[in-house]
Design a protein around this ligand. Structure first.
Ligand SMILES: [Zn+2]
Length: 200
């Protein structure tokens, strides 16, 4: 699990170790954390979100699926929680460059033939000084990557379907490469369709 990475503000949320009921998170479940101002902050595990609610550090804004049971209380699984106190978060403006993030940005499609991508290609080849940067990396299928070799697209008459650029926006900052839970779409300003049901 890698909850709480990708430019999140999670580390700014107050953390306190308390005696907890036995919370068994549902498989792969996570919750969106909103600041007191309802601004999306980060994604945490359902367990962490539950602790925030139980310690009154956050309130549940949207329930997920099912209930959490303990000796003392039954609680709906939180899907979106809102911090009760505002936390000031210095936002990272850059989205980290990783293989998964590149695939997510490019929708898993080859930048040259739109087929299924399995590799990362440097548009201007690294062997010729091309940078490992958002503007110079694309997802590519193995076939295109191999045919292209150490050429630029222009040299072999290929065209990029899209000019690569660093991803921007609140959804990227909060989610990174994660697939959002459909319940988060409103908060992250996502079209409902973008928040696919394959999440969670
Ligand atoms: Zn291809």
């Amino acid at each position: 699990m890698d909850h709480g990475r990708s430019g999140s503000g999670c580390k700014h949320i107050p953390r306190r170790v308390i005696a907890m009921p036995d919370i068994r998170p549902t498989v792969g479940s996570s919750a969106l954390v909103l600041n007191a101002t309802y601004e999306p902050l980060c994604v945490v595990s359902v367990r962490r979100a539950t602790i925030l609610v139980l310690t009154a550090k956050a309130e549940c804004v949207s329930d997920g699926d099912g209930m959490l049971h303990s000796v003392h209380t039954n609680l709906p699984v939180p899907s979106v929680v809102r911090l009760t106190r505002y936390v000031k978060v210095p936002y990272r403006t850059h989205v980290g460059l990783s293989r998964r993030a590149i695939f997510a940005r490019d929708g898993g499609r080859c930048a040259y033939c739109r087929g299924s991508a399995e590799t990362i290609d440097h548009v201007f080849p690294r062997s010729r000084g091309g940078l490992h940067a958002w503007e110079n990396v694309v997802a590519a299928c193995a076939k295109c990557n191999h045919s292209k070799g150490d050429k630029t697209p222009a040299e072999i008459g290929w065209r990029l379907h899209q000019i690569p650029a660093a991803p921007r926006g609140v959804a990227w900052r909060v989610l990174g490469h994660r697939t959002p839970d459909p319940r988060w779409a409103d908060w992250l300003d996502l079209p409902a369709a973008a928040a696919s049901a394959e999440a969670a």
